[in-house]
Design a protein around this ligand. Structure first.
Ligand code: EPU
Length: 406
């Protein structure tokens, strides 16, 4: 497995807090990571990534530097909402930040009100001017922060800001995702005083300064789920080496319910399916619930189930863009609001398809593997945002797949 994109991005942002360089071991080569590196470059940091090496040994090094304007421009933020992760660190370390307000994106409006509310509770003054959030503070002061809803990057932003604040911050209703825990682990290695990650209450006692550190990033549980589902949808047998089964309970349970055989051991997860695919219902939820980032791939799988499956998306408002494309392959899916009713069919047929976002693209690839005939997925730059060489990993598992053009 590659290192987790959604753990690498906050780790790169955390480097802005440190006096010395942060070295991330196992960072994959992805468009989103390159884009984030570009943003950090604009903010005065020096970012280098090893060219060679295997996925898991490759080193990404981020050394912070004086950020000049401390401004994250619109053309970068609009391509990647995770850019908002620089807000907390810039404010905590340099006392100011100017960040383009992310607009909507393909999967919904995704506001950042909880990030701003939290930073204001820590003493930041924020204003909106010409589409930019301007934030300023002398030294942030620790405070209790209650999130109105679970937000992954919101929790991460506040953890990073609180790490250099004066006094204690208690984050309540915090996100419990493994990626949040991975960031806490890095921050501790940098000298931060944090506890409670993995629960919904995280306590951060601010320190005066943080040092650089070397961090082995967690394996990508979404990539692992995608590859295991590739095995399940084709009636195959896939072992995800390096995957952490403990971080994938909800997905593995659904795979089991659907008739696949699941084996979890220290260092790998194996999924095999020989019998029919049983249709099962699934609802996305914050961790430890079923991840929204695997909803599209699971829906592709359910298209071949033996009955009806109800798939509910509770995290994002508009994360069913794959539905129209799956229908073009013969999938029988009705959508009403945030719920999709999937009636299993005997087989899907290959078709030219349009990728619309990262995880939707992965679902189309999975459907294409199981479909008769040839499937062509266009606009695969979406796929490259979050999967490193997916086609090579799938071909090594026996799939007939090739990158025809970028
Ligand atoms: N929300 C608000 N206000 C806020 C923050 C979030 O209303 O201030 C809402 C969002 O609009 C959404 C929900 O809360 O409806 C949850 O959003 P969250 O903030 O948790 O999402 P995120 O932090 O922007 C991260 C991942 C996403 C993943 C979600 C949910 C990173 C860089 N991104 O986004 O990953 O889908 O958590 O688990 O960690 C992906 O990798 O494909 C991806 C989209």
């Amino acid at each position: 497995m590659s290192g987790a994109k959604n753990a690498v991005l906050p780790a790169m942002a955390a480097a802005l807090l440190a006096d010395g360089p942060v070295e991330i071991v196992g960072a994959p080569r992805l468009r989103d990571i390159a884009t984030f590196g570009k943003l950090l470059g604009i903010l005065g940091a020096t970012v280098t990534q090893d060219a060679g090496g295997t996925d898991r040994s490759r080193l990404l090094r981020v050394a912070s530097g004086e950020p000049g304007e401390a401004e994250a421009p619109y053309d970068l933020v609009k391509t990647m909402r995770a850019s908002v992760l620089v807000l907390g660190p810039l404010l905590a370390r340099y006392g100011r930040a100017r960040i383009s307000l992310p607009g909507g994106c393909a999967i919904g409006p995704r506001p950042i009100d909880q990030h701003l509310k939290g930073l204001e509770l820590l003493g930041a003054r924020t204003t909106l001017s010409e589409g930019y959030i301007e934030a300023a503070a002398d030294r942030l002061r620790g405070a209790p922060v209650y999130f109105d809803l679970k937000t992954v990057t919101g929790t991460e932003n506040l953890m990073m800001a609180a790490a250099l604040a004066e006094g204690t911050t208690v984050l309540k209703n915090a996100a419990r995702e493994p990626e949040v825990c991975d960031l806490a682990r890095l921050l501790r290695a940098m000298g931060a005083d944090i506890e409670g990650e993995g629960t919904d209450e995280i306590t951060v006692r601010g320190v005066r300064s943080l040092r650089g550190a070397r961090h082995e990033v967690m394996a990508d549980r979404i990539e692992a789920a995608t590859l295991l589902l590739a095995g399940a949808i084709t009636g195959g047998d896939v072992t995800a080496l390096g995957a952490d089964g403990g971080a994938m309970d909800a997905v593995l349970e659904k795979l089991q319910e659907s008739g696949a055989e699941v084996e979890v051991a220290n260092g790998f997860v194996r999924v095999r399916r020989a019998g029919p695919i049983r249709s099962v219902n699934m609802k996305t939820a914050p961790y430890p619930g079923f991840p929204t980032d695997v909803q599209a791939q699971f829906m592709a799988y359910m298209c071949l189930g033996d009955g009806f499956s109800i798939v509910s998306e509770t995290i994002f408002e508009n994360r069913f863009m794959h539905v129209a494309e799956l229908r073009r392959m013969g999938g029988r899916i009705d959508v009403s609001g945030n719920t999709a009713a999937v009636k299993g069919v005997q087989g899907l047929s290959g078709a030219p398809l349009m990728a619309t976002d990262l995880r939707a693209s992965a679902s189309l690839v999975l459907a294409g593997l199981a479909a008769s005939g040839t499937t062509e997925v266009l606009r695969i730059y979406h796929l490259d945002r979050g999967y490193e060489s997916l086609e090579n990993k799938l071909s090594s598992l026996g799939a007939d797949i090739a990158r025809v053009r970028e």
